[in-house]
Design a protein around this ligand. Sequence first.
Ligand code: M6R
Length: 357
Amino acid sequence: EKGTYPHFMLKEIDEQPFVIRKIIQEYQDENDSIKLDEDIRQAMNQTDRIYIIAAGTSYHAGLVGKQFIERLSNIPVEVHIASEFSYNMPLLSEKPLFIFISQSGETADSRSVLVQTKELGHPALTLTNVPGSTLSREADYTLHLHAGPEIAVASTKAYTAQIAVLAILAVDTAKAKGINLSFDPLKELGIVANAMESLTDQKDAFDRIAKDLFDTTRNAFFIGRGMDYFVVLEAALKLKEISYIQAEGFAGGELKHGTIALIEDGTPVIAISSQENVNLSIRGNVQEVAARGANTCVVSMKGLEQNEDRFVLPQVHELLAPLVSVIPMQLLAYYAALHRDCDVDKPRNLAKSVTVE
Ligand code: M6R
């Protein structure tokens, strides 16, 4: 039920801090360490390469998850769009482990990959919000997202839940391999939940920014580098699917290789800067588009901010920044759609779960 909320999407955006706290609870043992099935631990320990398979927003969460697993637990990871993988399977490693990420657990494109990989005899782990779903039943192992029912077609809380669970999985794997980490995901996720709450408490700011950026535009660009690049892909998908504004996410450095030709007076360009190593270079990209008349909006993380930034995010661990920087992107998309009188929860041509290939 929506309760007092005008839309499920807004309710689900607001639920994100609680979902993160629920995940901490569910994945924490009595010694404040990570609680995870021994079978999953072993599967992670035995593989020489992980293949993440997903679609849409879940694919975008997978891109972030790859960074966690590679950087923390040292296992190479490939992330694939399910519908491409089915028809164009890459050369597999000797001991592959497949990780399916799916809110609904019913996405046909992902299921068809699962069927193929099972035929080849490879182990599969599904991260899903619906434990009894097809992708959960047919995989060897399941990790539950604990996000609660997601009703709005545009995925919000499932995305952040997927990223949080992937961070926990990556750290658990690192520990099982004897890798010494100073990063405590359960503690850091607690900080993330508070940061998320402070953002959902400032909706008016995003309503105003959305008005300025999107009310009269036909297109919009989102740019980022490193981790922020993955979040801008999600930001663009969110804006497209509910507001019907043509939007694209780009790696900041790619703009000059073609896309910058599209920048005109007033074209909205939204940049995320949450990663210290690319802070200056993404700002260089913002200047390039500003010089061509773009209506720029930088959303930065505390510690990296500059005077002209439109919004400064509360500081969280750099690795977990996507969990926080995505909230303004979800809210901007929501308000853009609202200002255009779009059907926020049920955008045209889309279904909540895509059960056809
Ligand atoms: O249920 P799934 O996570 O497998 O769904 C995958 C995509 O269909 C889904 O994320 C879709 O892109 C959303 N509408 C995005 O908001």
